[in-house]
Design a protein around this ligand. Structure first.
Ligand code: FNR
Length: 342
């Protein structure tokens, strides 16, 4: 079993079945969910020999924030389903590992409380049907110290997941953690009329850099930049939105080419090991984000589990870099990989 599979099994053993299914599942037939992990494995490494790798430095920056390794925490919903300390534990574990937290709009803990426990953090934005509510969220996140906004662009409607359909009830206090005054929950649903113009709106509102998450095409990536984005996150929402969508390792090169160094490109989906981190960097990503791995760490051991998951991937990244002949992230260049392996 891989370290990821062992971790997932441990989480399965401690989580109520509906919660595990909600976290683990993907949309439709879960084709894209499976394809994400497989696509990273298909990227073969071309190690360099006879390089001095007695010291390997995995540290880097994302939008100017210094982090211990190019591995961030992806925004995921309702952490109190995984652990009673919820996003507070995630924030603590992330900070202890020298990583960066992307806090979901669907946080089950108040934004201000998470901010107090966090190191550097960004806020993931769902534009909600009620624009006033969205504005309030963004203003609160900005005031609380978010360093960037991550606008999720792939969720005009929530993907249909077969595994957990109807079996998971989100406790009202978790859903309302940041929505106390809301009377009509429909107003807190994702809006289906979000466009490129909203990138500028978010930037004007917050004066923060805006990344767009969920981009899978070069032409869309270029339009995001033209609309004022600081970069994009190549993502298919961990296979939870459009099933059949291209795997992120396959989409990444096209997006990197379109961005052409004018912004930062991050990627998530099926990243499970240091090998995958190095593959993503070699294909042109600045960093990766981990979704489910972090949830499994949180479920099994709270803040310490989050820290452990991140530290293990960081150490694995350093080990893989050493064996591939790269002593810093700048040395993880495109010649380290080859595509089209069988
Ligand atoms: C997510 N993801 C997500 N993305 C987002 O922008 N806002 C959100 O609230 C959520 N919520 C969410 C919940 C759960 C349970 C999962 C598994 C995922 C998607 C997430 O940010 C990321 O894109 C994927 O999880 C990355 O794939 P892996 O690492 O889980 O394979």
């Amino acid at each position: 079993m891989t370290p990821y599979a062992i971790l997932e099994e441990r989480a399965r053993a401690v989580l109520p079945r509906p919660v595990f299914d909600y976290y683990a599942g993907g949309a439709g037939d879960e084709d894209t969910l499976a394809a994400n992990a497989r696509a990273w494995s298909a990227v073969r490494l071309r190690p360099r020999v006879l390089r001095d790798v007695s010291r390997v430095d995995t540290s880097t920056t994302v939008l100017g924030a210094r982090i211990a390794a190019p591995v961030l925490v992806a925004p995921t919903a309702f952490h109190r389903l995984a652990h009673p300390s919820g996003e507070l534990a995630t924030a603590e574990g992330t900070a202890a590992a020298g990583s960066l937290l992307v806090l979901s709009t669907r946080s089950s803990t108040r934004i201000e409380s998470v901010a107090a426990a966090a190191g550097p953090w960004w806020f993931q934005v769902y534009l909600l049907r009620d624009r006033g509510l969205t504005k309030e969220f963004v203003q609160r996140a900005t005031a609380a110290g978010a360093r960037a906004l991550v606008l999720t662009g792939d969720t005009p409607y929530v993907g249909r997941k077969r595994r957990d359909r109807g079996s998971l009830a989100i406790p009202d206090e978790d859903f309302r953690a940041n929505l106390e005054r809301l009377t009509d929950v429909a107003l807190a649903e994702q809006a289906a009329n979000v466009t490129f113009d909203d990138i500028g709106w978010l930037h004007e509102l917050s004066r923060l850099p805006v990344l767009v998450k969920g981009v899978l095409r070069g032409d869309d990536a270029a339009r995001c930049l033209e609309a004022g984005a600081a970069g994009v996150v190549v993502s298919n929402h961990g296979g939870r939105q459009l099933d059949g969508a291209v795997a992120t390792a396959e989409a990444l090169p096209e997006v990197v080419e379109a961005i052409a160094g004018r912004g930062e490109v991050l990627v998530d989906g099926g990243v499970r090991s240091g090998r995958d981190v190095v593959r993503a960097l070699a294909l042109g990503a600045r960093a990766v984000l981990l979704g489910r791995s972090v949830l499994w760490g949180l479920a099994t051991e709270g803040a310490a589990g989050v820290q452990r998951v991140l530290t293990e991937v960081q150490e694995d990244t350093a080990h893989v870099m050493a064996l591939a002949g790269a002593s810093s992230v700048d040395e993880v260049t495109s010649d380290l990989v080859t595509l089209g392996a069988v």
